[in-house]
Write a protein that binds this ligand. Structure first.
Ligand SMILES: [Zn+2]
Length: 498
């Protein structure tokens, strides 16, 4: 064979190789969330702005892996995230709905802390854990209650102690929380401290109002949240039961919608503790039926909460849950919030699917179950993924290794959620969105992914169809405004990026 023929064959083979390679890469990325979206001309311009920031940050991280924020513990990465232009972009972006968070860990830490300056708040320490409660006068009993105002003025270190009791934030999470057990103990204790503070009726309503406000300020237009319906109290001793508390939520929501008519509302998922006996779950069933009957618009459905690895699995309550299913109650089960495989926590996924769950909270272990993955995709069961929660509660250290990376890049029905932002110093949704965008998506993942995540959040909500159409129409308007804002405020000339 002449050298010329060999060269020609090599060139052809080489050309084939590169075209095959391009095909393979395209085929792979065509599965990712948002890959079917075709960006308009304006969106393409905005995408260039976004990607100029993202690629800089991403490639800097590739050069110096210690600086890549999704690989760092959130307590250490938070200030870096706040300085990121990508985070700034995401904060401004209309994100649609927030679909997984909990009643007493919704609001920002700063707001929670400021509540401790309210009048008539008393504190008392039991086994190194602060309890808080409002009383109209000094009360004694099992606990030596002192006015928080006095504790503050008498002891200069009290405030530091108080702050440490309202969140799980620590300087050195690796040492303080060597395993999931230590962090979950602290997490549950924090709920205990916050409880008496936020269940005082005026605080309870202000807290919920502020939660909605912070979501709206973060460009979120609708909320579905989980809650225990704790007993709420007045200073005069009056208390509110589950029905009264639900009315307080609805009253506050209506007020908020009057003040901010562009907010599209909120729904509630009754989510009491899973660490109970069957008799108690029977009570849950009765309460859910009563709530649904009385507040059909506001009540979205049912879930069980608490550390799955320690609480009871769904399989323990099948007769009760089947009874509830017969009343057309929607389920939003936490399932497989665990690193284990094949344990009862992980197997919650199977019962959640069999019980026809509408969405799955976390589903962290799902990638170990091919059949469950198939069912979730086929039945369009959204997975509520909370990156920061999973990191700080010790399921994964480096968010690039979070199963969300596989789910996002394979186009599973995913929504990004915030779980308990109050307790780790986050606020609303943007921090989790940032970490999903930088940590889960490919380097090439772009505006299409963010747009799809926003659309997913509305699509996988349980708004009625006409409400959804209405919310989508509002979202489209917000999206157009957002595109204009980015283009108007962009300091980098689009031509420079081209
Ligand atoms: Zn949760």
């Amino acid at each position: 064979m002449s050298p010329l023929i060999v060269l020609t064959l090599l060139t052809l083979a080489s050309a084939d190789y590169w075209s095959e390679r391009a095909k393979l890469v395209n085929s792979d990325s065509s599965h990712a969330i948002g890959s079917s979206i075709v960006l308009t001309e304006k969106e393409q311009q905005v995408n260039k702005v976004l990607m100029s920031h993202k690629l800089k940050e991403y490639d800097d991280g590739f050069t110096d892996p210690h600086s890549f924020l999704p690989s760092i513990h959130f307590f250490k990465s938070k200030s870096g995230i706040e300085a990121s232009p990508v985070f700034d972009f995401i904060r401004k972006l209309p994100k649609g709905a927030s679909l997984h968070s909990h009643d007493t860990a919704l609001v920002s830490f700063d707001y929670l802390y400021n509540l401790t300056y309210r009048e008539n708040l008393y504190g008392c320490v039991v086994k190194n854990r602060l309890q808080l409660h409002f009383f109209d006068k000094k009360t004694s009993g099992e606990c030596e209650w002192e006015l928080v105002e006095d504790l503050r003025s008498q002891n200069s270190s009290f405030d530091m102690f108080l702050k440490s009791q309202l969140s799980i934030i620590v300087d050195d999470p690796t040492t303080e929380y060597p395993s999931i057990t230590e962090v979950w103990n602290r997490f549950m204790d924090t709920f205990g401290t916050v409880f008496g503070l936020v269940t005082h009726r005026p605080v309870f309503q202000d807290y919920f109002y502020q939660s909605l406000k912070e979501l709206r300020e973060d460009n979120v237009m609708y909320l579905e949240f989980r809650g225990l319906l704790p007993q709420v109290y007045e200073l005069n001793g009056t208390t509110y039961d589950h029905m009264g508390v639900t009315k307080l939520y609805i009253e506050t929501l209506e007020q908020f919608k009057r003040d901010y008519p562009d907010f599209h509302g909120a729904r509630f998922i009754f989510a009491p503790s899973r660490n109970v006996d069957n008799r108690t779950v029977e009570d849950y069933v009765s309460i859910t039926k009563e709530l649904k009957q009385s507040f059909p618009e506001f009540i979205a459905g049912f879930d069980l909460v608490g550390q799955e690895d320690r609480g009871k699995p769904l399989i323990d309550f099948i007769p009760q849950l089947l009874e509830l299913a017969e009343t057309d109650t929607k389920f939003f089960f936490h399932a497989a919030e665990t690193d284990w495989c094949g344990t009862s926590t992980d197997m919650n996924l199977f019962d959640a699917i069999l019980l026809n769950t509408t969405r799955i909270g976390h589903g962290f272990g799902i990638v170990k179950h091919p059949k469950i993955l198939e069912e979730v995709k086929k039945r369009k069961i959204a997975l509520e993924i909370s990156p920061i929660s999973n990191q700080v509660l010790k399921l994964v250290d480096d968010l690039r290794n979070h199963p969300g990376a596989f789910l996002v890049n394979s186009g599973f029905p995913v929504v990004i959620t915030c779980d308990d932002p109050s307790f780790w110093g986050a606020k609303a949704l943007s921090y989790d969105w940032y970490l999903a965008f930088m940590g889960f998506a490919s380097r090439e993942g772009d505006l299409r992914m963010l747009k799809q995540l926003a659309l997913n959040s509305l699509h996988f909500s349980v708004m009625r169809e006409e409400e959804k159409c209405d919310a989508l129409a509002t979202w489209e308007e917000q999206w157009e405004e957002f595109l204009d804002i980015v283009l108007a405020g962009n300091t980098i000339s689009v031509n420079q990026i081209l």
